[in-house]
Design a protein. Sequence first.
Length: 466
Amino acid sequence: MSTVSTVNGGISFWYAHEGTPSPREPLPGDGTADVCIVGGGYTGLWTAYYLKKAVPFLNITVLEAKFCGYGASGRNGGWLYNGIAGRDRYARLHGHDAAVRLQRAMNDTVGEVVRTADEEGIEADIHQGGVLEVARTPAQLARLKDFHSVEIAFGETDRVLRGARETAEHVRVSGAVGSSWTPHGARLHPAKLVKGLADVVEALGVTIHESTPVTEIRPKHAVTPYGTVRAPYVLRCTEGFTAGLKGHARTWLPMNSSMIVTEPLSETLWDTIGWDGRETLGDMAHAYMYAQRTADGRIALGGRGIPYRYGSATDNDGRTQPATIEALRDLLIRFFPTTAGTLIDHAWSGVLGVPRDWCATVTLDRSTGLGWAGGYVGSGVATANLAARTLRDLIQQDSGQAGPTELTALPWVNHKVRRWEPEPFRWLGVHTLYAAYRAADRREAASSRAGTDRVAKVADRIAGRH
């Protein structure tokens, strides 16, 4: 398998495949709105969509630093699935039933995105084949069985546990000893979804200004180099780029995730792999992977690479370190040995938002009119939609247009979390933790023990993941 001709960076393969959109006009000067949304990714655009559909007369302005979908919304793995960061912690804080309600809302969100995209004519290569999580070592299999049992306890009674033979009947992952499948998932083309959503939102009458970086958010103000937008509600929907805002360097950590995509595979090669159900594919490793079979017959596969840059820096172009490309290529071959001679067409990276307690949140401060949603920890394709509908309900409740709803009562609403440590402790901590996770994966792969490596357990406690 060669990476000599691999395109590296340039935002993502999804934009190389679909084409970078022509930017909309920047903010022409000071302005006003009823709601100002900072960030033109999934969270910001879905929020604008649901608010405008609910209250058509609202004057809504979206401010985007580059172009809609420039961040994680245009660089992710195309996993529309029902995972949500922090559910177990919310169960401990608010009770099991509250967390079950949150999980059911996420299950429903997958279908909500699929239905809405269809109703609005957004063609995003969506295939609802579910999510398949595989185990490839005894330790991973033990975690998989625990994971499966926990998901059922949170109401996913339609989840299926499969052995090695049954797993191979769906997708032939080398060394797979078991899997867990849920129907609450779909594969999609991220850039097609975000571009289509931006067009729909604009057609509804929402104003979108691109090439307009917001440098500071304060009550009733979104400040840019071109002017300030004043609005009763200002919503921060910036996810992994939040650290670039004044006063937010330690709010969420911008975690890097990297991807590769192969050339289109031949039908003969697909016959050796299977994967006819087009499930999104993940594993139970500590430094986990995620993959999909694309609509044009490629494998897109991602993982962590270098997890974090000093000072919460972000690489705007998405260029990926050669060592990360090689590591992802090796992982692809370990999963699917018959791909060894396949070219890697594109590699790229993006950032996702990680709160200190690994809990996704959605908030509206009624005293200031400031709202925000994010900290999705890699599960944002679906979670952003649920967050957007929740922000809609919170704003309608605050403005007296509606009362409390099932969404405003979910346990992630108005959750507070402490800030990340200052540098250099932040950089040292993240890199040490991910080195520990990779070492734990290596030891588990070389062992016949079914228990999780002790170092990984310690790393989880330090990270705040469990």
